[in-house]
Write a protein that binds this ligand. Structure first.
Ligand SMILES: Cc1ncc(COP(=O)(O)O)c(C=O)c1O
Length: 188
């Protein structure tokens, strides 16, 4: 029988107390704790705004919506990624265009390869910092600017990691993070 691997989450008394306090406060959905978390996370990332939503899948979907990507548009995304960073493109009936990774040593998309995939229908690039390994954002943002494209960063694997002194997820137009139980920072 397949067994789901368990992660050592190292929860201690502080976390138990935080859950108890939250339940006692009656705010078990969006409330003061979420706001506290948003403000703290925004300040840690050195950005003006951070908004909590259900999960990163939802954040990626909303990023596509707010950037005005529509049915028929093309969005370039990596072929090596988790399904959510591609599904979000399909949720709005746009078309994912897969870009291969650079090499076994550099497991993210290459800006030159991205540029070859751009057509008049391309509206955005979804960059995934795979396994916390930063994508080459300077070249990718340069290609995006040249072709007037949006950049969505999926920084699920690298919260608070940096590229050239900037936190991952703060370099493109929108950055999306996950706090699922198997991520670097987990929460409920
Ligand atoms: C790269 C990447 N993007 C998005 C997601 C989706 O995150 P969530 O489970 O918070 O929806 C994951 C989850 O594993 C992921 O690894």
């Amino acid at each position: 029988m397949y067994k789901i691997p368990l992660f050592d989450l190292n929860f201690g008394e502080d976390e138990v107390q935080a859950v108890v306090n939250t339940i006692r406060s009656n705010w078990i959905s969006t409330g003061p704790k979420c706001e506290e978390f948003e403000n703290l996370f925004a300040s840690m990332l050195n950005v003006k705004y951070a908004i909590t939503v259900t999960n990163c899948t939802c954040a990626l979907h909303l990023a596509c919506v707010v950037l005005g990507i529509k049915e028929g548009d093309e969005v370039i995304c990596p072929s090596l990624t988790f399904a959510a960073s591609v599904n979000c493109i399909r949720y709005i009936n746009a078309t994912p265009v897969f870009c291969d990774i650079k090499s076994y040593e550099h497991i993210n998309m290459d800006a030159d390869e991205i540029e070859k995939l751009i057509t008049p229908k391309t509206k955005a690039i979804i960059v995934v910092h795979m396994a916390g390994f930063p994508a080459d954002m300077d070249s990718i943002v340069a290609v995006a600017k040249k072709h007037n494209l949006h950049v969505i960063e999926d920084a699920c694997h690298g919260p608070l990691s940096e590229y050239e002194g900037k936190k991952l997820g703060t370099i493109g137009d929108v950055g999306c993070f996950s706090f699922f139980s198997n991520k670097n920072i987990s929460t409920g």
